[in-house]
Design a protein around this ligand. Structure first.
Ligand code: PGA
Length: 244
């Protein structure tokens, strides 16, 4: 069985004062679970000094340097102390018009610089209601999949867009069906052994209350947690649920 992986995504939240939460999380970590938190880029350096577990960025530019005002490259986030970055979060695919090709290039930039990646995919409510969820998500996986995709640096997070920050959680059955579809797409692209090594996370309104059911569903190797990762009081029970 693959080790469970619980990753937090602070989005545009947090401050130097909030880093005390990371220390409280570190103090309660279960050795059976991999834990990581993606913080705002301004906090990476300080968070890394205090957390004692991997700290990441929430995005990265595909290029190593150049005329890209406001962007940060993989070497820059690595120098700040990031061990990984999230790529392809739906808030960036939608808000910043990032394409599958962009997401793939970003993941490849991370790998070039020996950083890990959490690659997000997910369907809209309209796509789900039209019966297209699996087709949309597996197409995203295949088009976003970086060269050299391997489980020692890449995890894939299935985050149905309608479940993010809404309190609406996908059912365990929906998640199992989708994760099975993603597994099949990965097997097709990479072969069984490489596909088996890539961890699949679920994200979207994961809380202490629903974590146990989701985290122990078939083909679910962990969770990507937004709102409930902001405090140790909410995040630690999710880590414990992963261990249990
Ligand atoms: P949420 O966010 O847990 O607040 O729904 C999840 C995510 O966007 O990664």
């Amino acid at each position: 069985m693959r080790r469970k992986f619980v990753a937090g995504n602070w989005k545009m939240n947090g401050s130097l004062a909030a880093l005390a939460e990371l220390e409280a999380i570190a103090a309660a970590i279960d050795p059976r679970v991999d834990v990581a938190v993606a913080v705002p880029a301004t906090l990476i350096h300080a968070a890394n000094a205090r957390a004692g577990f991997p700290i990441g960025a929430q995005d990265v530019h595909a290029a190593d340097s150049g005329a890209h005002t406001g962007c940060l490259s993989a070497p820059m986030i690595a120098e700040a102390g990031a061990a990984f970055a999230i790529v392809g979060h739906s808030e960036r695919r939608q808000g910043q018009h990032e394409t599958d090709a962009d997401v793939k290039a970003k993941a490849e930039a991370l790998h070039r610089h020996r950083l890990d990646a959490i690659l997000c995919v997910g369907e809209t409510l309209d796509q789900r209601e039209a019966g297209q969820a699996e087709a949309v998500v597996t197409a995203q996986v295949l088009a976003s999949l970086p060269e050299g995709a391997a489980g020692d640096w890449l995890a894939i997070a299935y985050e149905p867009i309608w479940a993010i920050g809404t309190g609406k959680v996908a059912t365990v059955a929906d998640v199992e069906t989708m994760h099975a579809a993603i597994c099949s797409a990965l097997v097709e692209a990479l072969g069984q052994e490489a596909a088996d090594a890539i961890r699949l996370l679920y994200g979207g309104s994961v809380t202490a209350e629903n974590a146990a059911g989701l985290l122990h569903a078939a083909e679910v190797d962990g969770a990507l947690v937004g709102g409930a990762s902001l405090t140790a009081a909410k995040f630690v029970p999710i880590i414990k649920a992963a261990a249990g």
